[in-house]
Design a protein. Structure first.
Length: 281
């Protein structure tokens, strides 16, 4: 028919090929799952490519600061540039800027480490951490991936997500039916307390952080490590209370306010200008 063009691909996004770019992304994504790094030969075997295919790609990524060769060996690993770029391009930059000094104060107060987790697709990721100033503590590595179904931080991100987002995530993750009830309990009490999925001696406590729009933007978590000699170290209840106050302070600094107490936006601190008088006609 004149003037009409039909195709089975009509309405679909065009498919373009950029082989070198795809190889580079494959390398970065592979190494992101290998904190101990991999050699070029190991990368080639994992990706089903030849060493010669990857060599120049890896040299360029190394020169641009995305990869780093581990001293004393032939293995490469990703650098923190991945997080640095992500922070500059996402709201995580403002969040970490606001949270950093408050997390430092929290760690000093309770003598425990703490970390900040944001939602990234179907899992969480640690975007900021503060180690304890004390002699003994458990700290989670920056960039660590966190499971939503099994972690304390993940439960908080799910519990305080919007109903639509929570339902979509629970479906996508094939969550057990009983988890919905547990998440409701977390929302009611305002925090989660859960034995660590990583270490038996650690009890995680986590609270939500809200943005200006009232939606959860992160989970602030203290992996509480019980010490035998607890000089200067707060107990678990005191640590939880300090954690709740810090989470509220970070939320407030991001522009959040308690809509149950203030259903209307707070008024400006300047005086309201008087109404203009009509001129006599």
């Amino acid at each position: 028919m004149t003037g009409q063009k039909t195709s089975e691909n009509e309405g679909k996004s065009p498919t373009y090929s950029a082989p070198a770019l795809e190889k580079g992304l494959d390398v970065v994504e592979l190494l992101a799952r290998e904190p101990s790094g991999l050699s070029i030969g190991e990368m080639a075997a994992r990706l089903g490519r030849s060493i010669s295919e990857l060599f120049r790609i890896i040299v360029v990524l190394d020169r641009r600061g995305w990869l780093q060769k581990i001293p004393g060996g032939d293995r490469y690993r990703v650098t923190y540039k991945v997080l640095e770029v992500a922070h500059h391009a996402t709201p995580a930059r403002e969040l970490t800027h606001v949270a950093a000094p408050l997390m430092h104060d929290l760690a000093s107060t309770v003598q425990q480490s703490c970390h900040l987790v944001v939602l990234n697709g179907q899992h969480g990721v640690v975007v900021l951490r503060q180690e304890s100033p004390g002699p003994t503590a458990f700290a989670v590595r920056l960039g660590t991936t966190v499971g939503l179904l099994t972690s304390c931080s993940g439960h908080v991100l799910l519990a305080f997500a919007t109903p639509e987002q929570r339902a979509a995530l629970l479906t996508a993750l094939s969550a057990p039916a009983e988890l919905a009830g547990e998440l409701e309990t977390i929302r009611d009490r305002g925090y989660e307390k859960l034995a660590s999925a990583r270490l038996s001696a650690v009890c995680d406590v986590s609270c939500p952080i809200y943005g200006f729009d009232g939606k959860v933007v992160a989970a602030l978590t203290v992996p509480y490590l019980e010490a035998i000699h607890r000089e200067g170290q707060a107990d678990l209840d005191a640590s939880l209370e300090a954690l709740r106050k810090t989470a509220a302070a970070i939320s407030t600094a991001l522009g959040w306010y308690d809509r149950s107490d203030q259903p209307i936006m707070p008024t400006l601190s300047v005086a309201t200008p008087p109404p203009r008088r009509r001129r006599a006609s």
